[in-house]
Design a protein around this ligand. Structure first.
Ligand code: ATP
Length: 238
């Protein structure tokens, strides 16, 4: 059974043409799938709809076989879905440590909460060095790490990540994607990773799905996609 799937999913804004048009997609438990496509292909729209933040016109969204199409974002989160939106959302007024403790709030025992936050510092040593720093003083890379760490603290089963490498230096991107790969391999986390950084995304993912004009135009093992210059040229702009 897929951890996350959609069937005939159609999404659009207002009366406009569909941005996502009858999309079928299944993501196996524990898989890391790269969601690729040029600017405006509909990656963000799809992730937001999966998280319940955009209404769908037609089709179904299933999480672990359960139909969540009409459920609230809160219900989806409770069912194990997490979205890290584009733009490194952290609470800028709070320190790194406070942001992380907020992410672990749902753990009722303070010992468990502390242990979970400590684990995030192990995964992201730069965050530990900046634990007392306010969110607004962090670099782009640090903010993205914090947004990812906060999402991981909720122990999601399925993580939706929207362009985590946007605006990051290559070293910060490599570190972030490396942590993601290790975490997924160790914990069995299922990941759908929307990225403009095709090379980075395909180095982490086992499979790549390319969106164009609202439909899937390629769905292949990551290595095969990375080695297909014609496809890259046609749909990914390089
Ligand atoms: P990018 O990499 O630039 O974020 P994307 O693949 O994530 O691109 P989307 O942001 O999902 O693509 O946009 C898909 C299409 O939907 C675009 O044509 C965009 O203009 C349109 N769109 C996105 N958000 C809205 C909105 N709130 N209202 C109307 N149209 C929108």
């Amino acid at each position: 059974m897929s951890a996350l799937s959609c069937e005939g999913l159609t999404i659009g804004y207002g009366d406009g043409a569909p941005v996502i048009d009858g999309l079928d997609l299944g993501i196996a438990e524990g898989a890391v799938v790269a969601l690729l496509g040029a600017n405006g292909a509909g990656k963000t729209t799809l992730l937001r709809a999966l998280a319940g933040l955009e209404p769908v016109r037609d089709g179904r969204i299933l999480l672990g076989g359960r139909d969540l199409t009409d459920r609230s974002t809160e219900d989806r989160v409770r069912s194990g879905l997490a979205l890290v939106p584009e733009g490194r959302s952290v609470v800028v007024e709070l320190t790194v440590d406070e942001n992380l403790r907020l992410g672990g709030l749902w753990r009722h025992k303070s010992k468990a909460r502390k242990a979970a936050v400590a684990q995030m510092y192990e995964l992201f040593p730069p965050l530990e060095r900046r634990r007392g720093a306010a969110g607004h003083t962090l670099s782009g890379g640090e903010r993205q790490m914090l947004a990812l760490a906060r999402a991981l603290l909720a122990r999601p089963e399925v993580l939706l990540l929207d362009e985590p490498s946007l605006g990051l230096a290559p070293k910060a991107t490599a570190h972030l994607l490396g942590v993601l790969r290790e975490t997924a391999a160790r914990t069995g986390l299922t990941v759908l990773l929307a990225e403009q950084n095709v090379t980075g995304a395909l180095s982490v993912a086992q499979r790549g799905v390319v969106l164009s004009l609202g439909s899937v135009v390629a769905d292949r093992p990551a290595a095969a996609l990375a080695a297909d210059p014609a496809l890259r040229h046609a749909y990914l702009g390089f």
